[in-house]
Structures are given as structure tokens and as C-alpha cells.
Design a protein around this ligand. Sequence first.
Ligand code: PAF
Length: 278
Amino acid sequence: MTLILSTIAELRAQNAQWRSRGETLALVPTMGALHQGHLELVRQAKAEATRVIVSIFVNPTQFSAHEDLSKYPRPFEADLGHLRATEVDAVFTPSVVEMYGASFCTTIQVEGPAKVGLEDRFRPDHFAGVATVVAKLLLQSKPDCAVFGEKDYQQLAVIRQMVKDLDIGADIVGVPTLRETDGLAMSSRNIYLSAQERQIAPEIYQTLLSCSQNLQEKSPNHALAKARTHLETAGFKLDYLELRDASTLRQVSDPSQPARLLFAGRLGTTRLIDNIKV
Ligand code: PAF
């Protein structure tokens, strides 16, 4: 049975009951509009702990002024159907008032991987909002681990840093991006692509792969310039295509260190992101 918990008190009481029986807990934070990529996070969470809680909370503090919070999809019944089918133990669905009471006035200030000129260049207050809500969710549910997708790679790096800096004590588990058969990263935004844009969209992953290959043979500047031109010619309006250190997300200074190739750009009005390990 999947329990629906809407208050922090209910969540804490349920967790106390599970803990008293020696169970372990995994949290999967989401904003709903679930797709197969989210369900993959749930599957990973099930492998990590005996009980899995999925939170569904459309967090207003991570939306920028130009992003329309009211238009964010909220297909709650469909989400619940997916979570019941995957036998999630509890869904935590707090209201905005439950999460941010009228007197709320604390925000986590994030630096390091949150300020590297990638997503933060286009969504300046986004990661402070993400870090604050994720810290709240972790402190409310006190899980052994929390599971996030690698698709939002900068978000994952920011959360890892925040959990380490604040000694929150939950393991942060990153799950590789789930892809459509043509390589397009699964995302709730893919439904906004027109039929023609949907045909072009797999170019992102194909270009990341060929750029990664070119990095073995050519200078980073040359390989990146070629990939950027290719994507622009295919019809993308690029926000960035960058090679970065896999943990700090700074410019790569030592080519022997693990690196990540990160993309963000628009196809028509839809903004897509993706990244791969290099
Ligand atoms: O990745 C998301 O869906 C959100 O940013 C998260 C981590 C649930 C915080 O609101």
C-alpha cells in the first residue's frame, strides 16, 4: 500500500514507526509530472533501502521570475498511479504553506558548483531554492539516502556539496540518465517539442558522443567549437556546451581528472539540457 502523507508531522510519525522496526529509508525528491526517468530513480531507491518515500512538491523558490510557476504541470492522479504501480511506500505531498510558513525567512546560500556559469547564468537564484528545499526535505525525512538523476548534473553537484558542508548525513545517490531509444534524455519537457523538433532533439546526445570522441584526438577548443556549430546548424539556440571537471564543475585544468560534457539550449521554445561523462 502507498501511504499519502501531506504534513511533516505525519511524515515524521511514519518514519519513526519504520525506524523502530529497523527499516532503512530512501527519499526520492521530485516536483511530480513523473516519467520513466523518475521511476528509474524509484527503482534505484528500492535497491538502496527497505522503505521508499517519494516527495512531490512544486517548489516555488526555485523558479525564476521569467519561469511560469502556475503553468508547471501537476498531474497528481497520474503520478500517484505510477507510484502505486512501482509499490512506493509513501508519497509526501506537502502544501506550500506546510513547507514555507508565513514567517519563513531562511535560504541556503550556495557557492562552488552553484556558481560556475552554467545553469546559474540563466537561472540566478535557482540553486539557492533547490538547496533550501532539498535540505528541508532531508531534515524532515532523515533518510539514509536520497536519489537524484544525473540529467540535472549541476543540481546533483550542488546537492552533494550542500549535504557535505552542512553535515546532513544522508548518502546522495546519482542515477545515470534514462534515454529514449534514439538517445534523447527523458524529460517532462519533451512533450512540448513539435513533431519536427522531436526528430532533431536526439542530435544533442549524438553530438555529445561525437564531441567526446573528438576530445580524444583534438584540442578541447576545437572539439567544442565543432560540436557547437553542428548543434546550431541543426536548429538549436545554444546556452552552453562546456567541458567541466566532473565534481567541481570548474574549467578542466588537469586532463587526467574525470570530466563532464554539459549542454543546455533551446529548440523552438523548449529548453533542453543533457550531459555525458567524458
Ligand atoms: O529535480 C527536481 O525535480 C527538483 O529540483 C527537486 C530536486 C525535487 C527540488 O525541488
